[in-house]
Structures are given as C-alpha cells and as structure tokens.
Design a protein. Structure first.
Length: 733
C-alpha cells in the first residue's frame, strides 16, 4: 500500500495489492481522474488520458483550444466553466455568481487517517493500516479552498474519500451542493445495482443497465430510508457473484442522500454521491469550513461475493467502534411481538423467565414502558417510567431480570414526541413544523427538532437519568417516521436550508454522548425495522434491526439483499411466532431459526405460548447458536443461490482457517420428482476432507466443483417436506 507522487507531472497514484487510483493535474490546473481499477504499476506516468477538444460546441478552457472540461475526467468538478455535467459542489457567492474553478494548490501525505468532526467515518486502529492524501485546491476568485481527502487501505480493496470546503474570503458564501465524491469513468459499460424496497421488504437488489442520460436514487425523508439504501454497486455486464469487475460505494451518512450516474454522449460516466442537494443550503461565514460525509469505495475483479466480503471485513475492523466489535452478539429475547404495549411487570418477568430457561442471554423490554404509553397515541418524549405498569421502575425490573441470569436491554425512540405528552405540552416549538401549516403526524407522532442543541440536551438528560440508574446492557434506538414540514421554529430564515443536515448531526451527537457515558452498552439501531440501515449508523450502533418483517420467507430476501453492503454481524435477525404476525405464513421453528442464524440472532415471541416440542427445538437452537455464532457473524459469507432468481436460495459461511463451514439451503416451493439438485460450495480447502453433518466425508474440491447433493437416497428431505422449508449442512474439516 502506498501513494506514489510523480512531482513533475503532479500525479498521485494510490495503490494497494488490489487496486490503483490515480489522479493528476489537468492542463488548466484542475484535478483530474486518470485511472481507477485493478492495481497497475505505480511508476507508470499516465499520458493521453484526457480527450482533446477542437470539437463543435465544446468549449476550450486553455489558450491553445486543446483542452475542454466537457471531455475530461475530473475529481471534484465545478459549475459553469465548460463541464456541462452535474457538478460535485455548488457555491453561491456574494455577487450571486455560482461559477467556480478549483485549481490545484498543494498536497500532504501522512500515515493513518483523521476523524471528520461531528460525522461518522472509518478509522485506523494503527496508523500503518492506511495512508492519507490531502489535495488542496483553491478558487482565487470565489475565495474558496477545497481539500480532497483520500485514504488508501492496506488490508482491504478500498479507498475512502470526502471533501472539506472552506471560505477563505471575508464575505459569507452559500453552499448549495457538496457531494462526497465524484468518479468520472471513461466508459459506461456497467450495470447499476440499487437496494430498494419499503417497510417490511427492505434492500431488495435491483439491477439496471447504465445508459446515456441519468440514473439516480435518493432519500428526501430525513433518514436514509427503507426505500433506497445509500449503497450502490456498479458492475460490468458479465460480473456475477463469483467473477468479474465491480465497485461498491457506501455513503457513511444517515440522512437525505443522492446517488447519481450520468452518461454523456461521448460515453463518459460520472458517478456522484453525497448529501441530497435538494433543500440543502449551508451558509459559510469567513473562515468556516463544511465537511462532507465519507464514502467507502470498494473494488473487485472477482465478483460480488468478493466485493461484499471486502466491505464486511472493513466495516467490522474499521467502522464499527463498540466493545462488541468482532465479539459474538448476545442471544436476545424481545417482547414486542409478544405483548406490544400491553404488559405489566409480571407478564414481562414471565416471558423473561421462560427465555432464561431456554438459554437466552439478554432480555429486551420494547416500546411501552414510559410516560402514558399504553398505545401509540401518547408518551413519546416523556422518558420516565410508567409505574402503573412497572412499579419497581426500570431499575427494579432490570434487577429482577438480572436475577434470572439475564442481561437487561431497553427500547427508546429519542427523536420523537407525541402531541399527547408532557414534553410537547411544555415545548410545542421543539418540533419540526412550518408556520401556519398542518403538523403532519406519522404513527401519531411528530419529529423533535434535533437541529437544536437544547432539544437534544433535554432528551439526553432524561435518558441519562434512566440509563444511569439501572443495569442496562443494551439499547434499541428506534425511529418510526420520516420528516415532513422540515422547518425549525423561531430561527433565522437562512438557517432553514441547514435543518435536515443539522438534524442528523443532532442524532449523531446524542449517540456519541450516550456511547461515551455508557461505553459497555450494545446499541442496536432501528427505524420501523430497516428504515435507517446505513454505514453511518454502524459507526454508533454495531447492529441494526433489519426489518419489522420477521417472516422467515421474507427474511431470506431481506437479509440476502442486505448482505451485499453490510456484514452479517450487523443484521438484527430474530425468530418470531408461527403463523407470522406480518404475513400469516406458517413455518417450522427450525426453518425460522436457520434463517435468523445469518444475523445477530434472537427471539421475538413469548416462549410460554409455544408447544413443548417447539420449546425443545428452541433450546437446541440456542445451544447450536452459542457454538457457531462466531462463525455465522464473522466467517466469510458466500451467497450461492439467489432467492430473487428461483425457488431455492442458499448461502454459506466459512471460518478463517477453512476448517468449518455452514451452508443453509432454503426452498420456497416443493416441486415433486425433480432431478439432481446440487449446491456448488465456495471458499473451502481443495484437498481437505469435510464431514457433512457428521456423516459423509467429501473433499473440498468435489464440494466446490460437483457440489453438495441435496437430494439422494439418504436425503429424502427435498422430496417430502412442504413449502418454505430449509436445510442446514455443517461441514467440519
Ligand atoms: C418499530 C420497531 O421496528 C419494532 O421492532 C418495535 O420496536 C416497534 N417500533 C415499537 O414501537
């Protein structure tokens, strides 16, 4: 890993064993993109990379008419100077002009990586893991200094990027767009993969061809959203799970975002991603600086499994910060689907007691424990215990749960308030609401104005009081509605364009304070399930409740899709009751568990209500998961067969030393009397003999080349079981 500087040509070649990323000064002094792809020799000076001008309707920007920005590949392009694509940033200057032109000024290289103030970002454990290049560019007329940050990572095929924009003039300017990255690629022979959905069906992969014109996804909901995830893959047309070139871009941000691919009629592809510029306007006073969120750009020549494994490793090692980083996650039991808000202490302790008997490690008390929270019309904002339901308070309940041998966890939804709450009655101006307009409700609640420090402070003190007085090991941080009427009350008009971003700052700051105060607590983020599942959140909460849809069949698709951009250790997955609450579908308890194993694992039901036989199954599942959870959560994941393609899905995890692997196969529909069905495994040691489910002994190469037989004389499962069934194969070397 390193950065080779060709001083005379002002070219900077960032490389590790897998990738090269080369940038350099263009003819007019702006920074250009020279190469991004498989590792090439860093001593190569790159010539002839910029198409020349002299074409009708192109505008030349140098005296010899031989250089046009329209044809050049640029690093952080501006508006108004001959590049007619969407710019990476836009600044309104005091005279009203938006025209800017950033010229290379200087560079700095250092070992390691600096944090981004107030924002989540990847970090180094030791400086030797990464090298950072800062390129400073200046617009002398607009009096703007932009620093482009690039970090190249030693152990991962990854570059991280962000930009900072500083006002070096005397007068205020206004930033109306500030993307985190621009990738100008010389051809557009790519497919675009986005991860889309809605509540209950989050992050389904959807692939479309990149064509001339614009493809774009975004969120304008105030959170990253279940609708479009801030993660994009661009892959070559022939790339599949096992071979081919692809790049992934994760935005480390949890608010409004935009990702965009623009192809011009010369075939150049511009990819930009960052904070959504719609309704964004950030005043920058003299000497003030704005930092964009970071992007994680991953690269592979070896297919989508390799791309995902690279992202998983990187997030586990260099993004997640909790003491639970790389630690097996506790097996939890959550009461939400069992009781919703109808509970008292006795009911809760009965559920917890049965969980302890089954072997769970952590009991989580969900929504309904505070204020007048008997239904979802009241209580949010009042973070003091409802002693009608819980006479011993949270402190007393936690102690009783601890006495059962379980850790205790608690649900909160800090960003919200119900109109029927003491907080709202005292501070109606603390919600986001536009003057003289309807205050739109979502789930009967409004969004607190977290752009204001005093609002965040109030919630912090309320929560601190509860958490500090009880033995709490885990917090589930929920968020159950999108932002409407995004207006901060009683502040200056120029402040309004900052509100969406400042809101997210407020969320991050509250997380940071609670993490600093309670460093041993495991945080799980949640937004009506998977409505804010992004790399920004993982910096604070190492796991995220993946979806409110706990139906096993639906979960196969949701978890499979999520795994493209996020590690298994981050995917909150629980076994719930059958028939399922969301779909009414019935599945056997072991099938439900086989799917939840590919996640943080837990239960979301009252175990007092399951049959004795099912309770025995649960006990065995927990013993099994305790034995293998490290392999599931931190092993190398391979997606083998996609649930989006046929009625069989399969995936597997392999231990680092390749001595253990677990394969799960899931089938939606039974087809009688079909032919041979095999799963070609991945990642095994070729000449090692693996015992499959303690029976057959099979060489690794055979399992990978011919495949694991799923139907045979001693494997009647495939023929006889019904729909929505699964099968697990445990391989030991
Ligand atoms: C939505 C979450 O996704 C559920 O798991 C549960 O916590 C409810 N909110 C509680 O209101």
């Amino acid at each position: 890993m390193g950065i080779k500087v060709h001083e005379t040509e002002k070219q900077f070649h960032l490389y590790n064993s897998k990738l090269s990323y080369v940038i350099g000064e263009c003819r007019d002094g702006e920074m250009g993109q020279l190469y991004f792809g498989r590792r090439i020799n860093e001593n190569q000076i790159i010539y002839g990379y910029q198409t020349l001008a002299g074409r009708p309707l192109c505008c030349a920007v140098t005296d010899d008419e031989n250089y046009t920005k329209e044809l050049a590949c640029l690093e952080y392009p501006a508006f108004g100077n001959g590049d007619f694509h969407g710019p990476a940033y836009e600044i309104i200057q005091p005279n009203g002009s938006r025209v800017t032109n950033l010229m290379y000024d200087s560079y700095r290289i250092y070992e390691g990586k600096k944090p981004i103030p107030g924002l989540p970002a990847s970090y180094v454990n030791t400086d030797s893991e990464a090298t950072t290049l800062e390129i400073v560019c200046i617009d002398d007329v607009a009096k703007i200094e932009v620093t482009l940050y690039y970090t190249i990572w030693e152990n991962y095929s990854i570059i991280t990027r962000h930009a900072s924009i500083k006002n070096i003039g005397q007068e205020e300017v206004k930033l109306t767009k500030a993307f985190s990255c621009c990738l100008d690629l010389p051809d557009y022979d790519y497919d675009w993969m986005q991860f889309e959905g809605a509540w209950g069906r989050e992050r389904y992969p959807h692939t479309r061809s990149i064509e001339k014109g614009i493809i774009s996804i975004e969120s304008m909901r105030g959170h990253s959203s279940a609708n479009f995830n801030p993660f994009i893959i661009m892959k070559r047309k022939n790339t599949d799970e096992f071979q081919g070139e692809a790049m992934g871009i994760n935005l480390v941000y949890s608010g409004n975002f935009m990702a965009k691919a623009e192809v011009d009629n010369y075939g150049k592809l511009r990819f930009t991603m960052g904070i959504n510029p719609n309704w964004f306007a950030w005043p920058l006073a003299s000497a003030e600086e704005f930092n964009t969120p970071e992007v994680i750009i991953s690269y592979t020549k070896n297919g989508l499994n390799d791309l995902s494994q690279n992202i998983h490793g990187f997030m586990n090692n260099n993004l997640v910060r909790s003491p639970y980083k790389k630690r097996p996650r506790p097996i939890l039991l959550n009461n939400w689907e069992a009781t919703e808000m109808e509970f008292d202490e006795e009911k809760i302790l009965n559920i917890a007691k049965k969980g302890a008997e089954a072997g769970v490690e952590l009991f989580v008390l969900d929504d309904g424990w505070f204020g007048k929270r008997d239904d979802d019309y009241a209580g949010l904002g009042d973070w003091y215990v409802n002693t009608n339901k819980l006479p011993a308070g949270i402190t007393g309940l936690a102690k009783k749960v601890n006495d059962l041998g379980l850790d205790f966890g608690l649900w909160i939804e800090p960003e919200m308030v119900n109109p029927d709450s003491d907080l709202y009655r005292a501070h109606p101006d603390w919600v986001l609401a536009a003057p003289d307009r309807r205050r739109t409700l979502g789930r009967h609640q409004m969004v607190l104005d977290f752009s204001k420090p005093e609002v965040v402070d109030n919630i912090y003190h309320q929560l601190y009081d509860v958490i500090s007085k009880a033995n709490i090991s885990y917090i589930k941080w929920d968020m159950n509605r999108s932002i409407t009427e995004c207006f901060s009350q009683n502040v200056a008009p120029e402040y309004q364009g900052m509100v969406y971003h400042k809101y997210i700052f407020g969320v991050y700051s509250l997380y940071e304070r609670l993490i600093q105060d309670f460093p041993d607590i495991l945080f799980e983020s949640c937004a009506s399930g998977g409505g804010r599942f992004d790399a920004g959140m993982l910096y604070y909460a190492p796991q995220a409740w993946c979806s409110d849809d706990t139906d096993g069949h639906e979960r196969v698709k949701i978890q499979y899709g999520t795994s493209y951009g996020y590690p298994i250790s981050s995917i909150g997955a629980h076994v719930s009751k059958s028939p399922n609450n969301q779909t009414g579908r019935s599945m056997d308890a072991d099938d439900r568990a086989n799917i939840a194993c590919f996640g943080t694992f837990g239960y979301e039901l009252d175990l007092n209500e399951v049959s004795e036989a099912e309770f025995e199954q649960v006990k065995k599942q927990i013993v099994f998961m305790k034995k293998y959870r490290e392999l599931f959560q931190y092993g190398t994941l391979y997606r083998l067969q996609s649930p989006f393609e046929k009625n069989i899905a399969s995936w597997m995890v392999v231990s680092e030393d390749k001595k253990q692997a677990i394969v799960v196969m899931y089938k939606t529909h039974k087809t009688p009397n079909i032919g041979m069905e095999t799963i070609k495994l991945q990642g095994l040691e070729e000449n090692t003999i693996y015992t499959v489910n303690g029976k057959e002994k099979i060489y690794g190469d055979f399992l990978m080349e011919r495949g694991l037989g799923t139907m045979g004389s001693d494997e009647p499962w495939y023929m006889s079981d019904g729909d929505f069934t699964s099968r697990m194969f445990i391989l030991e070397a």
